[in-house]
Design a protein around this ligand. Structure first.
Ligand code: HEC
Ligand code: HEC
Length: 227
């Protein structure tokens, strides 16, 4: 057991290292001015950058370079083609920054993503967030039946819209979920429902506590099909 844990960690560290050596090192070398400190207030920095057109342009370029690394899993422009990897396109900046914080502090557990986020400088994180929030979500196909989607819509319109908005696009506080990848959605909702483990959130635990697996199937069918 101990051996497996240790070797998994080593493999993760190795995988992250290889990704950076191959893909990101040149980008980092070019954006030498990126801030290196971990204690930068990312929300304040984001606002500062958004209010300064020249800086914004510069960090959008940094973000595009970072996103080229992430595209191996999250797809071009953050439109994932893997059902178990989330889209980042069109996601809200406050939500993205919060997930960056959670991965960096080990609150949301995913060894690979924790490593990726820890390896980014603060302006690379800001650039990445700025870049993804500006991308359009393209794929919203689902194979689910119309009946299942309609059931999911009813459920969504009773509970989920209150925070994630009627169109599922969220707002400056809550995540966009419209068009999100179905396998990822299902896994995420089931994780929140257990109220413990790799990903927890009090509001989402309360919102999923009463969901049956069938409710989750229906909601996933609807939400993943939302434009
Ligand atoms: C090897 C594949 C892989 C690569 C490369 C990768 N990611 Fe991820 N990422 C994932 C997976 C899988 C998840 C879902 C993790 C989970 O929920 O446990 C994820 C989740 C995320 C999330 C949370 C999204 C959400 O909707 O909550 C963010 C933000 C993120 N990744 C950013 C990045 C950035 C930025 C990069 C590039 C620097 C990157 N990822 C590279 C696989 C990857
Ligand atoms: C009371 C507010 C609230 C309600 C109602 C709510 N959510 Fe959430 N939701 C949140 C918050 C807050 C988060 C971010 C939690 C975190 O950081 O992990 C979230 C995150 C999510 C995520 C993760 C997004 C991602 O990209 O990983 C999904 C999926 C989600 N909610 C789906 C739903 C569904 C489906 C419903 C209805 C059954 C619902 N939510 C109802 C507040 C809410």
């Amino acid at each position: 057991m101990g051996f497996y844990v240790a070797s998994n960690r080593m493999l993760t560290a190795l995988a992250v290292g290889v990704f950076f050596a191959v893909f990101l090192a040149p980008a980092v070398a070019q954006s030498g001015r990126a801030r290196a400190t971990a204690d930068v207030d990312l929300s304040a920095r984001l606002k500062e950058v958004e209010g300064n057109p020249k800086l914004l342009e510069e960090l959008l370029k940094t973000g595009q370079k970072v996103a080229a690394v992430c595209s191996n899993c999250h797809g071009d422009g953050g439109n994932s083609s893997k059902p178990d990897v989330p889209n980042l396109a069109g996601q809200n900046s406050a939500y993205l920054l919060e997930q960056v914080r959670q991965f960096a502090e080990g609150q949301r557990r995913n060894p690979f993503m924790e490593g990726m986020i820890k390896a980014l400088k603060s302006d690379e994180k800001i650039g990445m967030v700025l870049f993804y929030t500006r991308q359009t979500v393209t794929g919203h196909k689902t194979n689910a039946s119309a009946v299942l989607q309609a059931r999911g819509k009813d459920y969504f319109n009773k509970i989920c819209w209150r925070c994630h908005a009627e169109d599922g696009h969220g707002n400056d506080k809550f995540a966009r979920i419209a068009g999100q990848q179905p396998v990822y959605l299902e896994a995420t909702l089931k994780r929140y429902r257990t109220g413990a483990g790799a990903r927890t959130d009090a509001l989402m635990a309360a919102s999923t506590k009463l969901m049956t697996d069938a409710d989750i199937d229906a909601v996933v069918a609807y939400v993943s099909s939302m434009p």
